[in-house]
Design a protein around this ligand. Sequence first.
Ligand SMILES: NC(=O)c1ccc[n+]([C@@H]2O[C@H](COP(=O)([O-])OP(=O)(O)OC[C@H]3O[C@@H](n4cnc5c(N)ncnc54)[C@H](O)[C@@H]3O)[C@@H](O)[C@H]2O)c1
Length: 411
Amino acid sequence: MNALEATNRYFKRAVKLLGLDSKVERSLLIPFREIKVECTIPKDDGTLASFVGFRVQHDNARGPMKGGIRYHPEVEPDEVNALAQLMTWKSAVANIPYGGAKGGIGCNPRELSIHEQERLTRVFTQKIHDLIGVHTDVPAPDMGTNAQTMAWILDEYSKFHGYSPAIVTGKPVDLGGSLGREAATGRGVVYATEALLADYGKSISRQSYVIQGFGNVGSWTAQLLHEQGGKVRAVSDVTGAVKNNAGLDIPSLIAHVKETGGVKGFQGGDALDPDILLIEECDVLIPAALGGVLNGENAKDVKAKFVIEAANHPTDPHADEVLEQKGVVVLPDIYANSGGVTVSYFEWVQNIQGFMWEEEKVNEELSKYITKAYKNVKEMCKTHNCSLRMGAFSLGVHRVARATLLRGWEA
Ligand SMILES: NC(=O)c1ccc[n+]([C@@H]2O[C@H](COP(=O)([O-])OP(=O)(O)OC[C@H]3O[C@@H](n4cnc5c(N)ncnc54)[C@H](O)[C@@H]3O)[C@@H](O)[C@H]2O)c1
């Protein structure tokens, strides 16, 4: 089942739980706008290269549409569509005044020089500049893009519309980025884990963790868990996996990754087969890399009691059913990784106000939003007697449906 089929399935279940009208269902499901553009750039060697760029703007009932831009060879319309829809529900679960969007360019950024990446980003921005906007659609970084990519979008967009720092979030701090944004998704994952564990009478410090992915989200999550006394027993990335039953020394591992480019070869633990990482012994499993990694095949062997979805859609619906039958509690992506978009919202607010917040304020506000959202999701679970995933989906869909109905239908 691909990401769009899985997302639509949860959406339809939420519609049923909420008893929504079929007209509202249709209106919420169909994206507001789908953009597909051709981007041709001169390569460094003088030849031309053409790429296809997408932006799906899913819904704007609650505010400007918000979501990342990916540079990845497998960017395709169905997945971008699913991720745009997930952003709509995620923003609503976090209760920030945004709708959802997602975009991407089908390319391999590793095969492009920095100058080619800059040209491609500028051409893409030229093609979509009149369809995005500070109060329309605000992009952010995603897989294969970063703060530098956002800086180029800001610069190119500002040529057409005047200086507009709030057009993107996840920018460098020197260009109006927010303090705390880089760590925000991982920090949000840890706040969300804290809220879940507290509900079960547990705390971060008494649990063991296994984390797949040691990029932005995975490494910040590991570092913050480690700082709070959590025992991170194993981590993996694209280079391999390492394990230490006594707990990995995360600051040393981060230094090793900075030096060598991956977790492979870390001396503070033993090498582990990355294929069995997800079924390693631990209390809390945190997939923080790719989608669809927990499936009907491996879910039955998961030993963790809790799965925290730091990545987007890491658990396919078959795995979801198996885990539920096994009594494994899954904290869904649209809640668990909402720290990133929440601090993006703080960045946008700071840009519009022209006033920069201290990092402590950013983290304090983030903690409030994540804790409140957990309570709201649990209330939905109680009302509809459902899992945390369906609690989060019904909360998101309910809030967007309410906004849509309040805005009315008259043309
Ligand atoms: N960065 C954010 O603010 C943010 C917000 C919400 C959700 N997410 C989601 O979190 C996930 C990770 O994002 P990120 O920003 O950390 O990306 P990233 O590119 O910084 O890191 C990705 C990590 O995954 C690892 N990886 C890739 N393939 C792997 C494999 N087969 N096995 C194990 N590890 C593998 C990479 O080596 C890297 O360590 C993605 O699903 C993303 O959509 C990110």
